[in-house]
Design a protein around this ligand. Structure first.
Ligand code: NI
Length: 173
């Protein structure tokens, strides 16, 4: 397994709609393993293909918070929200592509998501709590949408300027 480089906003690849996965190849399995390792290493609870420059509809996540509990690494291919609750939830969200910036985002509190697993089988699950927020945030990535797109233009510009500065500093280092 290899840690992959996480793209930092602003980057045109983070604004693109990703292509559906048509076949589970060896390369895709390797990418899923790498993405999980990269996510745990960051550390984060979710990571989507475009964040590592992979423009396919793949995301990984594990929202088990209790360090004593068994981890639950999940890999979702071509995930689709098939139902959303009317009730909403507000979470302070962050993103590995927008380091150290957090903001409240309102989303449906519960969702049902259908996806293909690495065996090519269809799965469907009902997500609530942090899992629901995370899976929606990651599916957004596959559609070129970031959590800052839910904020006011002013807040979004402020964060984008900070990230541009961070990228300049990192490039110099
Ligand atoms: Ni993110």
């Amino acid at each position: 397994m290899t840690l992959r480089h996480i793209l930092i906003h602003p980057d045109p690849r983070l604004k693109k709609r990703c292509d559906p996965v048509t076949e589970v190849t060896k390369e895709l399995r390797a990418a899923a393993d790498d993405m999980l390792e990269t996510m745990y290493d960051a550390p984060g609870i979710g990571l989507a293909g475009p964040q590592v420059g992979l423009m396919s509809r793949i995301l990984v996540m594990d929202c088990v918070k209790d360090p004593e509990a068994a981890p639950r690494p999940m890999v979702l291919l071509n995930p689709e929200v098939t139902w959303s609750s009317e009730a909403t939830n507000v979470y302070e969200e962050g993103c590995l592509s927008i380091p150290e910036q957090y903001a409240e985002v309102t989303r449906p509190a519960e969702v049902k998501v259908r996806w293909m697993d690495l065996e090519g089988a269809m799965q469907e699950e009902h997500f609530a709590g942090l899992w629901a927020t995370c899976v929606q945030h990651e599916i957004d990535h596959l559609n070129g949408r970031l959590f800052i797109d839910y904020l006011t233009p002013l807040k979004r510009q402020l964060i984008t300027r900070r990230m541009t500065k961070l990228k300049r500093e990192r490039a110099r280092a």
